[in-house]
Each structure stands twice: as C-alpha cells, then as structure tokens.
Design a protein around this ligand. Structure first.
Ligand SMILES: Cc1ncc(COP(=O)(O)O)c(C=O)c1O
Length: 376
C-alpha cells in the first residue's frame, strides 16, 4: 500500500521543541532554588490550576491513580465498601478502588457518550455503596447533573475521574468542579501532560484539602508529626514547573483539538463508521477522537501499514481484564462496553496536527474501511 503521509498517534517531541525556552527556564528556576519537593513551583501550580478550574483548592500528587486513591481514602472508602464505576475506563480507576480495600462495582456505559449509564448507576446502589466515580471518558463529560442527584439521594460521595478531560465542560461548568473531589492525570499524552508521571486532586472542603496534603506526605503536615499512616504521593517541583509553563496553553490546545475533531466529523461523513457524539450543552475536549467501525482489528492493521498511528482505547472492558476477572462478572454482562471495546478505534488527534494530517488519516481510513459495514 502506498503511504500518503505518516501521522503518529501524538508528537510530544514536537510539542517540547516548541516550548523549549519556557521549559529550560523552568528547569533553571528549580535547580537554582535547590528544592525539589514541596516548594514554590508546586504551590504556585496548585493555585493556578485551582483558579483555572474554579475550585477552592488543588493538591498536586504523583499520578492520576494516586489522585483517585487519595480522594477515595479521604472520603473514608475502605474494606467492606462498594464503589460504582463504569465498566469502560482505564484500569487505573478500578485499581484505585481496590487499593483502598473496597470493591469496584461495575456498570455499563451510555451508548452515545460512552460515559457512565446513569440508570444503571441508580440500579447498582446497595447498602454498601459508599461512592461513585464518573469518568469523563475520552474528554466527554459524564452526565454530572444526574450523577449528583443520584449521589445526593443515596448519600454517596462523588469522586470525578477527570484524567482525560482537562477543560471539558458540562452545562457550562468545568468537569472537576462537580464532585466532592476530582482527580486529574498529567501523564505525558494527556491534554495537559507533564514530562513524567504527575496528577492532582481538586476540591472544595478545606478539611479534605488538609487530609489529602497529610496523606500524600506519610500522614504528616509537619516534619516528624505523623498523625496517620500515609503514602509518598507528592508532585515534584520539576513537573510542577513544567506544568506551569504548559497550563496557559491548555485552552488553545483544547480549541485546536475541537477544530480537528470538527474537521474529522465533516470528512468522515458517509463512511461506514460511528463518529463520536457531543451532548448538547457539553464541551468535549477530544483527549481521544474515537470512532466505531466493523472489522476493527483488520482496519487497524491496514492503518498501521499506511503509517497512521491509530490506537485502541480500550481492547477490553474492565470485567474482561485479567487482573479484574476475580470480580466475577461474566462476558455479556455489560453489552455496550463490550461493543465499544470490540469496535473502538482512536484516530490521531493532538494540537500539533495540521488539517493536512487529518485529510491524510481520512484518506487512509477510506482505504482501510473498504469492504466493511457500519458496526453493530
Ligand atoms: C480514565 C483514567 N483514569 C485514571 C488514569 C490514571 O492516571 P495515571 O496514569 O496518571 O496514574 C488514567 C490515565 O492514564 C485515565 O485515563
């Protein structure tokens, strides 16, 4: 097959080159201060991100997974509790629940937005349910108003997993401002990515902030004063300084993702695929642009031959992931999640992409889809 124009799944080296001056300045500031944990960069970034979101506080942590683990622990989730989450998400959402000693209870997803099915959520609540984790999957907001109503009715805590949705909005409000706490990942490929692992917990209650700060620092707010058994889960100064350089670009980058998505939407019309949806009144930030297609694995192989960096998020819903099989859910239990896992294909989308790149991906996809039908 003749390759028209190779398009990688993302281009982090190009992004870093474009910001080189700012990043080198940030490194110099940190080396000069000689403080690599719990310093000015971290505190400044926390304030800047909290202002960006519109929340009272934000605490930088070592990863998105640790953000979830800390938030759940602060909510008091532990052994004997159940936490409800969607069957289709990255495995980390369930791992964080398991790390607290609680049991993840999976529910299916909405067939349009791919976020938690709120009717299934309502049905899954038991006397043991302590919290729910709506995941803003691929950058599309979960149905937060309904999640909040259900949580209030059953006295559940809401911990948002916003790892894929920095800047997305539901009903005019940024995701990450709805739950008791919200969790972000700054894994390098995220809409706001660090140069290593990093994450953040945001919230409103000053009591929760204090508990998160204590927990990430061996249970101590002051040196040698360990009030509880905690973790090492702090954000380091270099990552915070780099994130401060990148945060002012986040809105522009999200806009760029949205315009690339709009171009994909236009160019993909008429092809035998299902395009991503955006619920009216919501703002999707396209961490991933996920289509659904028939003969997905064959289409993916053809795209890879054509040097298009398409990926699968995710090939298995959580109940069919080996490490989580012990939960005891059978194949067929979450049909919408299973259908998405069978047919999902993430097309390249990142701010450095050009309209010509999108055209090249669509041209390659047209060829790769030959002989396939709209997926069921
Ligand atoms: C939905 C979701 N939740 C949680 C995480 C965990 O974040 P991290 O990789 O920073 O631990 C990720 C990131 O990969 C994610 O996509």
């Amino acid at each position: 097959m003749r390759v028209t124009r190779p398009v990688p799944p993302c281009d982090l080296a190009r992004e870093a080159r474009a910001m080189r001056g700012g990043l080198e300045g940030a490194s110099r500031r940190v080396f000069k201060a000689g403080r690599f944990i719990d310093g000015e960069e971290g505190h400044a970034f926390e304030g800047e991100f909290a202002r960006y979101l519109g929340v009272r506080w934000a605490v930088g942590v070592s990863s998105g997974t640790d953000a979830l683990r800390m938030a759940l622990t602060v909510c008091g989730v532990g052994r004997g509790d159940e936490v409800i989450l969607p069957a289709m998400t990255f495995v980390a959402t369930a791992e964080a629940v398991i790390h607290t000693g609680a049991r993840p209870v999976l529910v299916d997803i909405d067939p349009k937005t791919y976020c938690i099915d709120v009717r299934a959520l309502e049905k899954a609540v038991t006397a043991k349910t302590r919290a729910v984790i709506p995941v803003h999957l691929y950058g599309h907001p979960a149905e937060m108003k309904r999640v909040q109503e259900i949580a209030a009715r059953f006295h559940l805590d809401v911990v948002e997993d916003a790892a894929q949705a920095h800047g997305a909005r539901a009903a005019g409000r940024r995701v990450g401002t709805f739950g008791r706490m919200s969790c972000f990942s700054f894994y390098p490929t995220k809409n706001l990515g660090a140069f290593g692992d990093a994450g953040l917990v945001a919230g409103r209650s000053p009591g929760d902030e204090k508990k998160v700060r204590r927990l990430i620092n061996h249970g101590a707010l002051q040196k040698n004063e360990h009030e509880e058994v905690g973790f090492t889960a702090r954000l380091d100064e270099l990552q915070a300084a780099y994130l401060r350089v990148k945060l002012p670009f986040l809105e522009r980058w999200n806009q760029k993702r949205r315009s690339l998505a709009a171009l994909y939407d236009r160019l993909l019309q008429g092809l035998p695929i299902v395009r991503p949806a955006e619920r009216r009144g919501d703002v999707h930030v396209y961490h991933q642009y996920v289509i659904r297609c028939g003969s997905r694995d064959r289409v993916l192989r053809r795209l890879v031959e054509l040097k298009v960096g398409a990926l699968i998020h995710y090939p298995r819903p959580l109940h069919l992931v080996k490490s989580l099989c012990y939960l005891g859910y059978r194949k067929g239990r979450f049909p919408v999640s299973e259908q998405l896992a069978r047919t999902a294909l993430s097309l390249p989308i990142y701010p450095e992409m050009s309209p010509q790149d999108v055209q090249a991906v669509v041209a390659a996809l047209r060829r790769a889809l030959a002989g396939t039908e709209v997926p069921r």
